[in-house]
Structures are given as C-alpha cells and as structure tokens.
Design a protein around this ligand. Structure first.
Ligand SMILES: [Zn+2]
Length: 125
C-alpha cells in the first residue's frame, strides 16, 4: 500500500516537517518510516514477535524520517535501535584508527549522552 500524496503530507507534518528521530529538517527526500516495523528480522526483536506485521502499515504508525535515520533503524524496534546507536561509540573506538587519533588530539569529545529521539524531546516540552 502506497500513501497518497495527502497522506504523505500528513505524515511529513507530524513533527513540523522534522525527522521524528534526529530532528533534522526534512528536505524534498525523506522516508515514511514504520514506527513499529512491518518486517522484523533483527536480532532479539525477531524472537519476540512474528517476522511480518502487515497491520503496522497504517498511517498512525507512519513517521517522517530522514533517509539516514530510516536506513539505520531498518526493521529494529525502537529500543533495539537506541542500543545500536549508543554502540556506535564502541564501534568507532574499536575499529576506526582515525577516530581514535582525532580523539587523542582532542578533536572529538565523547559526551556519554543518552540517545534521546526528537519525538521524545518534543514530548517533554
Ligand atoms: Zn533523522
């Protein structure tokens, strides 16, 4: 099922034209993300629930997302994705010498910040 142009515009405006997750202003190209994934083929989430959830393909479950967020989230649950993003620091430290070098010269400072999504910040206001 494809969204109509009007439905897509409703989805786009859910967070004032910003990405649900990182909050970047959406340009011309953005994705309508399934908040609860339709396909679940990632790790622990797949064990909890069936692999397919076509009932999640409804407009209330569609969120405006920038392309990098949508591709990164893929079919992960929100909490699984949050852990995945948080783990990027370890990944950078373990596998990317230029990251470690830039860090050792003080060009990069790790903040230990929690991964908080844009929609969560908006809800707190
Ligand atoms: Zn984003």
């Amino acid at each position: 099922m494809r969204l109509t142009k009007a439905e897509r515009e409703l989805v786009r405006l859910k967070f004032g034209g910003r990405c649900t997750y990182c909050g970047v202003e959406l340009g011309q190209r953005w994705h309508a993300d399934h908040f609860e994934p339709v396909r679940r083929d990632w790790g622990e989430y797949a064990k909890e629930k069936p692999a397919e959830a076509p009932e999640n393909h409804r407009i209330e479950n569609m969120m405006p997302a920038c392309i990098p967020c949508n591709l990164s989230k893929h079919s992960m649950s929100l909490e699984g994705w949050r852990r995945w993003i948080a783990g990027h620091i370890n990944s950078l430290n373990n596998h990317h010498p230029i990251y470690r070098l830039a860090k050792s010269y003080g060009l990069i400072q790790e903040t230990g910040a929690k991964v908080v999504f844009h929609f969560e910040k908006v809800a707190q206001q």
